[in-house]
Design a protein around this ligand. Structure first.
Ligand SMILES: [Zn+2]
Ligand SMILES: [Zn+2]
Length: 271
């Protein structure tokens, strides 16, 4: 009789050896109580970068109930993975420089992890939100079981997706090199975007990162953001030039440019 190696990560195991056990087919995973999660984890590790589309297609022959479990576990998995991105951003996102959660400069996102939603610094927003949605995903009132997920519970996943997506948006528009290095390694934003589009979990106008699979509008949003940043740079350069010529007018110029900046942030997204 062949001995089956247990799929365990024992204390002291190095990260590189975490998954050094043989893969299992979906049918084998299907027999286990948390098999769906393990299947998603295995499938994404193996194909997430080389064939991202295959990781957002459910296994064939799922019942409607199993499909719901698959969607729920996918969202759980995405949130778990987003922790890696938010960790990557830590050193680049000091609260003094990013006192608000913004993506493009037209939007400020309020943090819903508080009794009354409030403006948290970007780095806090990311931590608070991942913690907050983690609690929601583990809340027995919202999701009483990991083996049976009702249609009504699937609807609640949209809200979670919309909130955590802002981490991608912030990374893309404010820390592009960190985003790009992370995306190259994981294609997480691409997989997430394709997943929420496929299952209508987010509306197109909220999908503002122009990664593969994103709606065309995302590219337009990026273009107008680039344009507005370019204009601001030109205004600042002009103001700096003028202040060199005539120091007396400098105060006035900087005040008026501040007013302009304030009026450009027109939309505050509630919760
Ligand atoms: Zn940041
Ligand atoms: Zn917060």
């Amino acid at each position: 009789m062949t001995e089956i190696r247990p799929r365990r990560i024992r204390p002291g195991t190095r990260y590189k050896d975490f998954y050094s056990y043989p893969s299992k087919s979906f049918e084998e995973h299907r027999q286990d109580p948390l098999g769906m999660e393990q299947w998603i984890d295995q499938n994404t590790r193996e194909n997430g970068v080389t064939d991202p589309d295959s990781t957002i297609s459910p296994p064939v022959n799922l019942s409607n109930e199993e499909l719901n479990v698959w969607k729920y576990e996918q969202v759980r998995y995405f949130c778990k993975q987003l922790n890696w991105l938010s960790t990557e951003l830590q050193g680049y996102c000091p609260p003094r420089k990013y006192p608000q959660m913004i993506a493009t400069e037209q939007w400020i996102f309020l943090c819903a992890a508080h009794k009354t939603p409030k403006e948290c610094a970007a780095v806090d927003y990311m931590r608070h939100t991942l913690h907050f949605v983690g609690n929601q995903l583990n809340d027995p009132k919202r999701f009483p079981s990991r083996t049976t997920v009702k249609d009504v519970a699937v609807v609640k996943l949209s809200n979670i997706c919309r909130r955590v997506y802002r981490i991608f948006a912030h990374a893309y528009y404010q820390h592009k090199s960190v985003y790009e290095a992370f995306e190259k390694e994981t294609r997480l934003c691409e997989r997430f975007t394709k997943f929420v589009c496929k299952y209508n979990m987010m509306t197109d106008n909220n999908l503002i990162v122009p990664c593969e699979g994103a709606p065309d509008e995302a590219r337009q949003i990026e273009k107008s953001e680039d344009k507005s940043r370019q204009e601001k740079r030109e205004q600042r350069a002009k103001a700096a030039d003028e202040s060199q010529v005539s120091p007396e007018t400098s105060e006035e110029t900087s005040e008026s440019s501040n007013d302009e900046n304030a009026s450009e942030i027109t939309v505050i997204e509630n919760t």
